[in-house]
Design a protein around this ligand. Sequence first.
Ligand SMILES: *Cc1c(COP(=O)(O)O)cnc(C)c1O
Length: 383
Amino acid sequence: MQYPIYLDHNATTPVDPRVLETMLPYFTQHFGNAASRTHVFGLKAEDAVAHARQQLADLLGASPVELVFTGGATESINLALKGVFEANQHRGNHIITVQTEHKAVLDVCEHLAQLGADITYLQPDADGLITPEQVTAAMTPATVLVSVMWANNETGTIQPIAAIAERVHDQGALFHTDATQAVGKLPIDLGQTKIDLLSLSGHKLYAPKGIGALYVRKKTPLIAQQDGGRHERGRRSGTLNVPGIVALGKAAELAQAAMATEAPRLAVLRDRLERGILAHFPDVRINGSQMHRLPNTTNLAFPNVDGEALLMSLNEIAVSNGSACTAASTDPSHVLKALGLSDDLAYASVRFSLGRHTTEADIDKAIQHVISVVEQRSVSLLK
Ligand SMILES: *Cc1c(COP(=O)(O)O)cnc(C)c1O
């Protein structure tokens, strides 16, 4: 069997061979516990973690002490939202987020609502964007936290994060961003923003699954959600995943070195894909903002096509409908619904997300495949 062309990098990325090579010795040769200060095994691991922390800090424009390694973005988001809520209970119980967030944020908010939090879910415009004014208008004296994702995993829509963070911070609340899709794709300089907390994941960045990080600005009140051993300055206990951390550091370094050339390269390929499909099907719609968008992502709605049949038939390319992270859900995408799409159009929408190994030849094959499948699957309006 020939493998399909992989165009689902927003779901996960392959581990970069250079990342794998860098992490491998930390399974066998340098297997020490980074907390073992009494011998060279531990010191070697501790050094490797310090180096990786610096590599990640450099990518983010953060200080190494502001980074907490976690088991992935879901854990980082849980720690950020629950940890801030718990630490600020005396100040208020109001949290603001957006309808188009990842389930990792929405489900945590639901959990906090059970514990007495009052949650406001902002509605984006038809392009998926929210404005800083919309956020400030929703703030009350009880608002302790605002969480807005940097770039959407389904549509690629990029929010005006720096402006939102500034407003929120200046009004006395904390600001968290789920930057899982932004890190490594967009330039980020946390020293120049008022973002208080930022979540990220290794496996969206050519590092393995099961490693991530939370950025916590110095002096941000946060209560640990996992106790025992006081690792990571007491913010996340548990023996450090040294190979994963080494991998994340290397992946950060590679992303930083490649970003200036990789982002325009991907945008050219993504635009080629879009043009190829739209030239053939002029009524195809691009979901989300075209102006404020990740370079690697396009989400296309195919009117008058049976969405389920479409996805089933696109077997020469690996793409998705909605989020892989809404595991096993057959509901239409909550993100596309929030943008105002009908159920039918949300089902008939396909996300293409390109990555480091995507070539022009891949894109040309994908265009031909999509054209032939959609032609077979189109339902005549007159029928
Ligand atoms: C993948 C993803 C997550 C979850 O990350 P994990 O490391 O798999 O827990 C959260 N938010 C966004 C936007 C994502 O794309």
